[in-house]
Design a protein around this ligand. Structure first.
Ligand code: ADP
Ligand code: MG
Length: 224
């Protein structure tokens, strides 16, 4: 899947409260790309990731998945498209507290009334080292384990691309390092496109293409 952001801007508020969160962003993501985006707090990183992943409409500009403008879809069609094609990993995990790890992982499939493929679930949870934690509730898991459950949820519908917004931001350096290694190895083993926001230079440097964002202006750091 080729993703193209064309001249995307996002404005919040009006008049003296106006904030230009994104300023005419252009970006082309090819299948299998590993992209990192770094930038100071408030520079527009989350806004960009939300727009690229279909979570938030741009004010102006277009977002194309294989040539289709996904914000021309109706809300239901867009939600379904997101569930099937796009995985998203949040800094705060965003697991539902009353559901077990397995139920959280299955959520995207259940919303589509799809049956889980037990073999794929087993492969995924094995890879992520959470096979023996599937009946636990989120509060019974460590931060690193919760994020690994969230990664499994992002992958269960076999999306082509995974977006991660500071996935190690709420973890200590050891479990953060483990989560990064897992994201990298999953990308290699399952052949996913990965777009990652980070504050950490070392993590950013793992990517094939590095970007920085400042005041909503995106620029590529790596030579093309
Ligand atoms: P980052 O993730 O890089 O910290 P964000 O994308 O969250 O930055 O925010 C970029 C800018 O847009 C910030 O100035 C922020 O205050 C503003 N912003 C983000 N979301 C909203 C919103 N819902 N309403 C108003 N301003 C917002
Ligand atoms: Mg953010």
């Amino acid at each position: 899947m080729i993703i193209e952001a064309e001249n995307i801007s996002k404005l919040y508020g009006s008049d003296e409260n106006k904030v230009i969160a994104l300023d005419r962003v252009n970006l082309k993501i090819a299948p299998g790309d590993f992209i990192s985006i770094m930038g100071p707090s408030g520079s527009g990183k989350s806004t960009l990731l939300h727009i690229l992943s279909g979570l938030d409409r741009p004010t102006t500009g277009g977002l194309f998945y294989d040539g289709k403008e996904i914000y021309s879809f109706g809300d239901r069609e867009l939600s379904a498209f997101r569930r099937r094609k796009i995985g998203f990993v949040f800094q705060q995990f965003q697991l539902l507290p009353v559901l077990t790890a397995k139920e959280n992982i299955m959520m995207p499939l259940l919303l589509d009334r799809k049956q889980p493929e037990e073999a794929y679930l087993a492969q995924l949870t094995e890879l992520l080292g959470i096979s023996d934690r599937l009946t636990h509730l989120p509060h019974e898991l460590s931060g690193g384990q919760q994020q690994r459950v969230a990664i499994a949820r992002a992958l269960i519908a076999e999306p082509d691309i995974v977006f991660a917004d500071e996935p190690t931001g709420n973890l200590d350096s050891k479990s953060g390092g483990e989560v990064m290694e897992l994201l990298k190895s999953i990308r290699g083993k399952l052949g996913k496109t990965l777009v990652l926001i980070t504050h950490d230079h070392r993590i950013a440097a793992m990517a094939d293409r590095q970007f920085s964002i400042e005041d909503g202006i995106l620029s590529e750091v790596t030579a093309r």
